[in-house]
Design a protein around this ligand. Structure first.
Ligand code: FAD
Length: 489
């Protein structure tokens, strides 16, 4: 049995932010994650917006955490080497009804502490981004875009650098309280784990884990959102995220958002589902996105579509009224050593570190923590060959010939970058794990050329059998064997 001071169930962006903040102190920290990587669930299936915080009810945790997370992100992105652009955002309107709603959100933004929001006309919109639809808009300067994969990975890596331990492929399946007051977590095939503090950061499964820990009654409604990813050719037109006026339920319909790497995401739509982890997309949903997306982004053309994806927001709802609730961050008095997070939906990416600090504060109210003298907040990512000038590239190739071999032709990703990704500090060794660390296979051909080469490199470096290399989810084998009975080693 392994033992830690604190165990976090769930290694998404929130669990990883908590792990990183806890390593500022001399606590032993373990993260149990059921998947093969840290950003395979909601943290890797979102728009990647750094929200400003004007959408949320004044006084709510969602509002406070979004505004706090937004304000600090320039510093955080530098510390953790996360691609980030403070683009601002347009929230567009077509009708007088939209105008009234937009004005009310400027007021709400003021109350929540969002700086600089103002209504602009079409002429000014054209100066900011002529590709945006709409007749007028709110311009919100503090919104931004970030790479959600790199952000989640960077938090996890920084936590590991500072002493935390990640256990991937480790699903928590049962719980009991030990006679000494500690917690015992049972897992599927990975043994038992004991700890003094247990933190539920299980996203879509947070109500299930609450129940397991002795806190029944929470209800999570998964709300699915589907997206199109558009080629960088479309990205050349998109300067700024373009959102519609919020719906009467204070949510956003389909928006068009440039990514930090130059693609455009069009989506998400939004509908209730039973199984939040079913990430298939529907034809009717994609047809709807085609239409609603074209109202946001004037270059919504089929020739630009390169893939689709879906995610699900874990919305906490009132079981009686069905009303959507605020983030829940609690330390129940009747269950010592338990911290419970439920309903961390949007803006959870923006809010990850503010949420983590609130969790830390709940622990510090109960015990004095000693600072970790060797805590280092700085983490450096993989150096991108294609972002360097010609002279630097030539120098890199001279020093390491692996930079001279292009493995992903669409995104110009070299063998050296793939090898560095395979040696990642979390020990992730799936093809998708390499994809989100390097962008190999994210281009126009979607891995047609490089996926087999990446598989071969994983085998070469880690000595894996051909049937052992997985695409992403546990059990998703790239190959089952060789057709002609060739070398299987
Ligand atoms: C369509 C969509 C768009 C969004 N857009 C934005 C946006 O632009 N900006 C923004 O700020 N937020 C956005 N969000 C919200 C944001 O993505 C989430 O709030 C955030 O990613 C939640 O992180 P998490 O770590 O709580 O959840 P997750 O990433 O889901 O992590 C929870 C982890 O727990 C693991 N787990 C579950 N059960 C167990 C178990 N029994 N044992 C072990 N591990 C377990 C899961 O495998 C998972 O990895 C969006 C969400 C969606 C769905």
């Amino acid at each position: 049995m392994q033992s830690y001071d604190v165990i976090i169930i769930g290694g998404g962006v929130v669990g990883s932010a908590i792990a990183r903040e806890l390593t500022r102190y001399t606590l032993s920290v373990g993260v149990l994650e059921k998947e093969s990587d840290v950003c395979t669930q909601t943290s890797g299936r979102n728009t990647g917006m750094l929200h400003a915080g004007f959408l949320y009810k004044p006084g709510s945790l969602k509002a406070a955490c979004a505004v706090e997370g937004n304000a600090e992100f320039d510093t955080v992105a530098k510390e953790l080497d996360v691609p980030f652009k403070r683009t601002g955002k347009l929230i567009i309107g077509f009708t007088e009804e939209d105008r009234a709603r937009l004005l009310s959100f400027i007021e709400r933004g003021k109350i929540n502490g969002v700086p600089g929001m103002r209504l602009i006309d079409r002429e000014e919109m054209d100066r900011i981004d002529p590709s945006a639809g709409g007749n007028f808009a709110i311009f919100c300067p503090s919104s931004g875009i970030l790479d959600p994969f790199t952000y989640t990975i960077s938090l996890a890596e920084n936590a590991v650098m500072n002493g935390a331990t990640y256990h991937l492929y480790t699903e928590v399946t049962g719980y009991e309280r030990l006679s000494d007051g500690r917690h015992l977590l049972h897992t599927a095939g990975k043994g038992d784990f004991a700890c003094r503090w247990v933190i539920n950061s299980a996203g879509l499964s947070s109500a299930k884990i609450s129940d397991m820990l002795g806190l029944p009654g929470y209800v999570i409604q998964p709300v699915k959102g589907e997206y199109f990813v558009l080629d960088k050719k479309a990205g050349a037109f998109a300067k700024i995220p373009v959102y519609p006026a919020p719906t009467p339920k204070n949510t956003f319909d389909t928006h068009a958002t440039p990514t930090v790497d130059g693609n455009v995401l069009v989506g998400p739509n939004s509908f209730n589902v039973e199984d939040g982890e079913d990430y298939s997309v529907s034809q009717s949903g994609m047809d709807g996105l085609q239409e609603s997306g074209a109202r946001m982004f004037k270059h919504m053309r089929r020739e630009y579509y390169i893939r689709t994806f879906a995610g699900a927001r874990p919305k906490r709802i009132d079981p009686k009224t069905g009303e959507i609730q605020d983030f829940l961050i609690e330390r129940p008095d009747n269950l010592p050593g338990v911290i419970n997070l439920v309903g961390i939906e949007s803006p959870g990416l923006t809010s990850a570190l503010p949420i983590a600090r609130r969790v830390l504060a709940l622990i510090r109210e109960k015990e004095a923590l000693e600072e970790n003298p060797s805590f280092n907040p700085i983490r450096r990512g993989i150096r991108r060959f294609h972002e360097q000038d010609r002279e630097t590239q030539a120098k890199m190739i001279r020093e390491n010939p692996d930079y001279g071999e292009i493995v992903c032709r669409c995104e110009t990703i070299t063998r050296a970058e793939i090898l560095e990704a395979i040696r990642n500090p979390l020990g992730v060794c799936t093809v998708n794990g390499i994809k989100v660390r390097t962008r190999a296979s994210m281009g126009r051909c979607q891995g047609g050329y490089c996926e087999t080469r990446i598989t071969a490199m994983i085998r070469e470096l880690l000595g894996k059998d051909i049937g052992e290399v997985e695409l992403g989810t546990p059990g998703s084998r790239m190959f089952t064997g060789t057709v002609k009975g060739g070398d299987n080693k």
